[in-house]
Write a protein that binds this ligand. Structure first.
Ligand SMILES: *Cc1c(COP(=O)(O)O)cnc(C)c1O
Length: 385
């Protein structure tokens, strides 16, 4: 059976292609051109961020964050195991050791009540991940970090544009990281941003991003030549991609509104299954607004998830699951990190299935997908939903 309803699809929502044309015609296709400036300013304004730097990916932004935290071999970093590999690789590249902490059963975010007991004299930083665009308990996390002198790097790859107590995700920790990958809400194919919230890190962030040179200061006329001053790499996004991104940023409200409609429609059609306790769907705490990054269902067990995914696949619908918990991965084991058991992570990661979610998904398609989920449980449980 061919896939008729994919899991994700990129979309053109506003002026993306016009801006890309202008970027090329304007003669500045490399990084830090006019569209990079506009995209960074638009993000900073919309999120109330002090400084936003566009990067080639969220992975790059996380790597810059690990460099800015000065992480070294022997240092420990507290991170959820239930996340994308880049969150951990960023600081493992610096030789630091991940200390995995279990997630909360309601939001699947790092369980803030378990963080303090994971702190040792070697702990340097906490990398919380806002899963699905629903915020971690940032007040508690920042309080712990401040009391123990730790840096906080928010992986807000999925959190554009979401809020925690009316503060944009990515702007609460010392540093924040966004993703503009094709699968994220706001996209330019591949792209990301580093949000620098601690002003003392800003100059070094510019230098790391500019291959270890002070080119940014030179361009502002602050120094009379530019030269090699630190380590660094090529983390600058092309202005052509920044142009595409600006078109999406300007359409951010429209994109979020549509994703919210899709989310609510899934939730209302599947409500009878939730009421009967057959599945769970994402929960958004009162004090958070979500980016509606994803809609998932939590099945009873892994066999049920496999059967539901196969049922949808047979109907031409692609539903996917993630993440294989990092702490149980071959690479984490080779690092010799203590083999913790993380009961919530192990349980939830085996039961989660993500349904199609993208801007161009139609109401009719949402109804079809949700209808197949209802059918699956009707035939399985004999319920009259
Ligand atoms: C997508 C994602 C990343 C990586 O983003 P890229 O822009 O592809 O590098 C990192 N962390 C999380 C939680 C993500 O969802």
């Amino acid at each position: 059976m061919t896939i008729r309803i994919p899991f994700n699809k990129p979309s053109i929502v506003g002026s993306e292609l016009i801006y890309v044309g202008q970027a090329v015609a304007g003669g500045h296709a490399s990084g830090d051109g006019p569209f990079t400036r506009r995209a960074e300013a638009a993000l900073a304004e919309s999120f109330g961020a002090k400084r936003v730097l566009l990067t080639t990916s969220c992975t790059s932004a996380l790597e810059m964050a690990a460099l800015l935290c000065d992480l070294k071999p022997g240092d420990e970093v507290i991170v959820p195991s239930y996340t994308f590999v880049s969150t951990a690789n960023a600081f493992v590249l610096r030789g630091a050791t991940p200390v995995f902490v279990d997630v909360r059963p309601d939001t699947l975010n790092i369980d803030e009540r378990l963080i303090e007991q994971a702190i040792t004299p070697r702990t340097r930083a906490i990398f919380p991940v806002h899963y699905g665009g629903v915020a971690c308990e940032m007040d508690t996390i920042m309080d712990i970090a401040n009391r123990h002198g730790l840096l906080v790097v928010e992986d807000a790859a999925q959190g554009v544009p979401a809020r925690y107590k009316d503060r944009a995700l990515g702007t609460i920790g010392h540093l924040g990281c966004y993703s503009f990958h094709e699968t994220k809400n706001i996209s330019c194919g591949e792209g990301g941003a580093l949000v620098v919230n601690d002003p003392s890190l800003e100059l070094r962030a510019e230098i790391l991003r500019e291959k270890g040179t002070n080119r940014s200061q030179y361009m502002r006329g602050e120094v009379d030549k530019y030269t090699w001053v630190d380590v660094g790499s090529s983390y600058v996004l092309s202005d052509m991609l920044a142009a595409f991104l600006l078109g999406q940023i300007e359409s951010m409200d429209k994109i979020t509104r549509r994703r919210g409609e899709i989310f609510d429609r899934y939730a209302s059609i599947l409500a009878p299954l939730v009421e009967r306790g057959l599945i769970r769907i994402p929960e958004v705490p009162q004090h958070c607004t979500t980016s509606y990054h994803m809609f998932y269902v939590l099945t009873a067990d892994i066999e049920e998830r496999t059967a539901l995914a196969a049922h949808l696949r047979a109907a031409g619908v692609l539903a996917v699951f993630h993440y294989v918990p990092l702490h149980s991965s071959p690479f984490a084991r080779s690092l010799g990190t203590p083999q913790e058991t993380l009961p919530q992570t192990e349980d939830l990661s085996a039961r989660l299935l993500r349904l199609p979610m993208y801007f161009d998904l139609t109401d009719w398609e949402v109804e079809e997908v949700a209808g197949h989920v209802l059918d699956f449980y009707r035939s399985r449980s004999g319920i009259q939903a």
